[in-house]
Design a protein around this ligand. Structure first.
Ligand code: C2E
Ligand code: MG
Ligand code: MG
Ligand code: MG
Length: 286
């Protein structure tokens, strides 16, 4: 009896596994078609100086409008894109689109700011990455100082020395580099000192823990102090409340990003925000 129940359970599990695998396969196919059918777009989230309230930059975040499923979260499709290596053409599309958009805003007369683009570890490992980035900057006419790349600590997993060499190539060209989700990955402080980077982004989980239940401010405080002693800028991610903003400001955090200021917005709405900039800054000044 028990044996039977066990087997049924196993079969159920097995069927669920197969269904999941099949669904992922379908989604991977859709992902491939998505590029051709232009189903992707970018959302932009402002990065704001905690002292002045000014927008100093924006992060470009990919969005996928699936014809049947509607909006699919990058948390769902980016890992799949990485597994299938589709992240290579998708990532190139993201870079080109973000650079082109930033240049268009500059040409329209908005104060120039930096656009941050996320890079996956497997993109970072591509031998032609730097050439591809340079080509896109030339194509779009965006000056290198207005592009920033967000990488995670995981890019160093395979070959640290090579990763550092690539970072140098990027950085020497005038493109800034940030470490994203800082504190969640494999952090060797020893390597951090060797990275040619400019910015650390405090992961949103630590920002949340500052005010929710744990009241744990130790990690953000330590990251800010460490970043500054390494002459790096610190951006807090996922800032949702006034209290989080206040606590980060008190601790000398340089910039923030989060729903408190704005959700990531499609280009036309982000442009609205840029138009209403003086009003937005007023709001923050209090
Ligand atoms: P990330 O780079 O750490 O991006 C920050 C994520 O936090 C974004 O999620 C953003 O929408 C979300 N966020 C911003 N402010 C708040 C807030 O106040 N509260 C909360 N709860 N969340 C906030 P999103 O857009 O869903 O992206 C998730 C992740 O997917 C990104 O994390 C990044 O790792 C990856 N990703 C997104 N776009 C790209 C891309 O173009 N290329 C690559 N390789 N990865 C991307
Ligand atoms: Mg990011
Ligand atoms: Mg992050
Ligand atoms: Mg993240």
């Amino acid at each position: 009896h028990a044996k039977n129940a066990g087997r049924n359970q196993y079969q159920l599990y097995d069927a669920a596994m197969n269904a999941r695998a099949a669904e992922r396969l379908v989604l991977a196919g859709d992902l491939r078609k998505g590029l051709e059918r232009e189903e992707f777009f970018l959302a932009y989230q402002p990065q704001v100086c905690l002292m002045t309230g000014r927008i100093t930059g924006m992060e470009a975040l990919i969005r996928w409008k699936h014809p049947e499923r509607g909006l699919v979260s990058p948390a769902e499709f980016i890992p799949l894109a990485e597994e299938t290596k589709l992240i290579i053409p998708i990532g190139e599309w993201v870079l080109r689109t973000a650079c082109r958009q930033n240049k268009a805003w500059q040409d329209a007369g908005f104060p120039p700011v930096c656009v941050s683009v996320n890079l996956s570890a497997c993109q970072f490992g591509q031998p032609n990455l730097v050439a591809m980035i340079k080509k896109i900057l030339q194509e779009t006419g965006l000056a290198p100082q207005y592009l920033n790349l967000e990488i995670t600590e995981s890019i160093t997993m395979n070959n640290v020395e090579r990763a550092i060499a690539t970072m140098h190539e990027i950085n020497d060209y005038g493109i800034g580099i940030s470490i994203d989700d800082f504190g969640t990955g494999y952090s060797s402080l020893n390597y951090l000192k060797k990275f040619p980077i400019q910015t650390l982004k405090i992961d949103q989980s630590f920002v949340r823990d500052m005010t929710e239940e744990h009241h744990d401010v130790a990690i953000p405080t330590a990251i800010i102090a460490m970043a500054h002693s390494l002459k790096l800028k610190v951006i807090a991610e996922g800032v949702e409340t006034e209290m989080q903003q206040q606590m980060l400001r008190e601790r000398g955090c340089d910039e923030m990003q989060g729903y408190l200021i704005s959700r990531p917005l499609p280009a036309p709405e982000f442009e609205e925000l840029l138009h209403n900039l003086p009003a937005a800054e007023q709001l923050l000044a209090n």
